[in-house]
Design a protein. Structure first.
Length: 194
C-alpha cells in the first residue's frame, strides 16, 4: 500500500497519471437472496439456467469514470486488451495510465503484459488475496445490491439491460452513492489470521 499504490494515488490526484482499478464480474442469471430471514415466508421466482453476463471494468480512482467491456462467453486476454484499447482512445498517450489489477491468469499473461508495455501502460498487480485493495470490487457489490438482490428477471435480455443501466448511471443517478462508496480509504487486514 505505502510503497506501490499510495504514491500512484498521489500522482493521480495531482493530475500526473490516470489510475484505474480493473477487474471482472460475472453476473449469473439466478436467484440472489437479499435477506437471510423473514417474519413471513416469501417465495420469489427464480430463472432457470445459468446464463452469465461478464463485465470487465476499469474504474478511474479520481474521476470515477467507468469503462467496460461486456460479453456472454468468457473474459480472457483478448478482452483485457480490448479494454486497454478503449482506455488508450479515451485518455490518449499524453499521460501515464496505470491499471491496478489482481492476479487473474488472463490479466497476467504475456499477451496483456506485452500490449501494455508496447503502449506505455503500467500494470500494477495487487498481492494475492487482497480484494480490499481493488476499488472496483466495491462497485461490483453495489451493482449486485441495486440490480440482483431479491429481483426476478423474466429474460436474460432484461437481466443484461438492468446491469447495463446500473453501470451507465454510475456517474449520474448513483453519483452521490458512488462518491461515498469509492473513497480512497482502504481497509487493511494486518494480522487477520495468526
Amino acid at each position: 500500500m505505502e510503497e506501490e499504490l499510495q504514491p500512484r494515488l498521489e500522482d493521480a490526484k495531482a493530475g500526473k497519471r490516470q489510475l484505474l482499478f480493473v477487474d471482472a464480474s460475472h453476473f449469473v442469471l439466478a436467484a440472489f437472496l437479499g435477506y437471510l430471514w423473514s417474519f413471513v415466508r416469501v417465495f420469489i421466482k427464480s430463472p432457470s439456467g445459468r446464463q452469465r453476463y461478464n463485465v470487465l471494468g476499469a474504474f478511474n480512482a479520481i474521476s470515477h469514470e467507468l469503462i467496460t467491456v461486456t460479453n456472454e462467453t468468457y473474459i480472457n486476454a483478448a478482452t483485457v486488451i480490448e479494454l486497454m484499447e478503449k482506455l488508450l482512445l479515451l485518455y490518449g498517450s499524453q499521460m501515464l495510465i496505470t491499471l491496478v489489477m489482481d492476479n487473474a491468469r488472463y490479466q497476467r499473461c504475456a499477451a496483456v503484459i506485452g500490449f501494455a508495455h508496447e503502449h506505455g501502460i503500467e500494470l500494477l498487480f495487487l498481492p494475492s488475496y487482497s480484494p480490499n485493495l481493488n476499488l472496483i470490487e466495491r462497485l461490483w457489490k453495489f451493482v449486485k445490491r441495486k440490480v440482483l438482490y431479491s429481483k426476478y428477471y423474466e429474460s436474460f435480455a432484461l437481466f443484461k439491460t438492468a446491469i447495463d443501466n446500473c453501470l451507465y448511471n454510475v456517474g449520474s443517478k448513483y453519483k452521490n452513492e458512488i462518491s461515498s462508496l469509492m473513497s480512497l480509504k482502504f481497509q487493511m487486514l494486518n494480522n487477520a489470521i495468526s
